[in-house]
Design a protein around this ligand. Sequence first.
Ligand SMILES: Cc1ncc(COP(=O)(O)O)c(C=O)c1O
Length: 448
Amino acid sequence: MTTTAHGGPGLPQERRLVTEIPGPKSREMFTRKQSAVPAGVGTTLPVFVTKAGGGVLVDADGNSLIDFGSGIAVTNVGNAAPKVVERVRNQVADFTHTCFMITPYESYVAVCEKLNAITPGDHEKRTFLVNSGAEAVENAVKVARLATGRPAVVAFDHGYHGRTLLTMTLTAKNMPYKQGFGPYAPEVYRMPLAYPFRWPGENVAEEAAAQAIDQITKQIGAGNVAAVIIEPIAGEGGFIVPAKGFLPRIAEFCKANGIVFIADEIQTGFARTGQMFACEDEGIVPDIITTAKGIAGGLPLAAVTGRAELMDAVHAGGLGGTYGGNPLACEAALGVLETIEEEGLVERARAIGDVMLPRLRGLQERFGIIGDVRGRGAMTAIELVVPGTKDPNPAAASEIAKRCHAEGLVVLTAGTYGNVLRFLPPLVIPDHLLEEGLTILEKAVSEV
Ligand SMILES: Cc1ncc(COP(=O)(O)O)c(C=O)c1O
């Protein structure tokens, strides 16, 4: 592989600290950011990136950091992945926009064809493209409401679906996502999630599903529910893998009651969990699936894929948007899908999990501060507690993250209680960086 002056996999795949983190140039830019950008737009780690690729982010001071974040599960194929760069470069020189609703172009259709083919289920499907995950979720609900003629939408504890009015309402956690931004959208109901680490009973899946179904039936009335929306692994909620059996039971209930089952695979999709989509793990076939993030390697693109009869229920002009399925983003998505296939990234995600999970479990055995280790493929997390209890320990999570950051390892926090450290390396991260990142994490955990 040749090294390049640009980002991408040709960047030296090494951790290299030449200043403190953040360095002086980043600190200067961060001061500018604070004057120019509202504080509401937060910053996890104020290093300003100039190049990225493979498993590293290079900052303005010349530091090279190991990336365990992928820009929140976006650069699954790596930053500036060659196939993405080549396609986008060609497209930008040809045309940048026509608006697909005015004069269409083939790449949009090709992305939709591919999503129809690779998402779970061999029924006839349709896909349309939008700009962000939140927009995809909003549209999935629009389709479900119109197709069923029903108003209610059911979401789950620990769920995250975005920051727009409806998606913020669907999101469970108040601070920071909802606080002060109400009133919220009507006809949204929240049900319990089968959260194995925190469920009080023994039969997590059965008990949680029974409670959810009972509440839907008694409080809303199944016949009033347009859609149930759920992340197959709760992302922002703390990488909660619902107890096995919970998702199939909810999906079955939806089917029996004419409720549209929407799988929000915005964080879990595109090989991240060691399957193309996390739903595949328990053979779930959603009626509608929302995707974004990993779909286009960082270009803004999201999709709604669903049963043809649901999607085609919408009248002409009822769906769309100026930029949805922008040609650059569509080319990027085609480059992403080629890369996932050609580089075997589904298998690679599984291999990453096989490296990470045993090391994280080893850490859990040594340090009582780690209450739970969970995840699938390259979507793993540790939940920090007060040792000897299950009390959330958000201070430990932020202290460990701070120590990792100082050592040049980018990790992200998550969780309803702010006490989860989540790990989302790009799937193309080389093994030596994965191991080095875990060693930095081990040291940080041992010191807190
Ligand atoms: C599961 C899930 N749904 C929806 C969203 C919202 O996506 P976006 O930030 O692109 O609007 C996210 C973003 O983190 C997500 O993880």
